[in-house]
Write a protein that binds this ligand. Structure first.
Ligand code: MG
Ligand code: ZN
Length: 231
């Protein structure tokens, strides 16, 4: 089995353009012949279930992260992602990064931040299969990023890009977020949605969206996903 290649990008700079396709499978079986994970399997087109994670307030504390030194992982988040890895569930980060549009950080710096995030997660034995970000805001300070972008959550663009790049079945997948805009994006895409009480804990007041479940943190969300309790 080839090594997983980290993929990263937004809808403009496709991470899938050089990728040959997903190199993971929920059909991997352990020695007993039992599936390691089977809550949602694949859809009829053979696309796989995945777990989408918001970044700020889910994986790391909900501070403004404009520098790698600003990253503070939420306790247990790395270990929770490692459990998804062991269950052969693709993990895809989808993050609004409007700070780029406002001039608070560059896409180059975001790349450095994500390299550091991957390094920290690796320390917990965890990895993410892809990171998608939207750098746009409709009223951006920087003209180059002034787009009412379909990728910006609650838009579903990043989820659809991941679906196409990685062969993900959105209807079999779960999304974990701390903002109402995350939850609405997941609902619009046809995913199961889990609101965590870390970060904004759903109190951002941006939009109206009712998740399928509310749990304390990412660790509890993974309990729910792997326990089959999300239906
Ligand atoms: Mg968030
Ligand atoms: Zn965008």
């Amino acid at each position: 089995m080839p090594a997983r290649q980290p993929r990263e990008g937004n809808h403009v700079n496709s991470p899938g353009s050089e990728a040959s396709g997903p190199d993971f499978s929920p059909f991997e079986r352990d020695r007993s012949g039992e599936r390691q994970f089977a809550p949602s399997d694949t859809d009829r087109r053979g696309r796989v279930a995945a777990v989408f994670l918001d970044r700020d307030g889910v994986i790391n504390e909900n501070a403004f992260v404009n520098d790698p030194d600003d990253l503070v992982l939420i306790p247990g988040a790395g270990e929770a992602i490692a459990r998804l890895n062991h269950a052969c569930l693709p993990v895809v980060v989808v993050t609004n990064q409007g700070g780029i549009a406002m001039g608070h950080l560059t896409e180059e710096t975001l790349g450095v931040i994500h390299a550091e995030l991957r390094r920290r997660l690796a320390g917990a034995g965890a990895s993410v299969d892809a990171i998608y970000y939207c750098p746009h805001i409709a009223n951006a300070r920087l003209i180059a990023y002034r787009i009412d972008c379909p990728c910006r959550k609650p838009g579903t663009g990043m989820l659809e890009k991941a679906r196409d790049d990685l062969g993900i079945a959105l209807s079999k997948s779960a999304l974990v977020g701390d903002s109402t805009s995350d939850i609405l994006a997941g609902i619009r895409a046809g995913c199961r949605t889990i609101l965590v009480e870390t970060g904004f804990g759903g109190k951002d007041g941006k939009v109206s969206a009712v998740p399928d479940a509310v749990v304390a943190d990412l660790s509890a969300a993974v309990d729910l996903i792997l326990g089959g309790g999300l239906s």
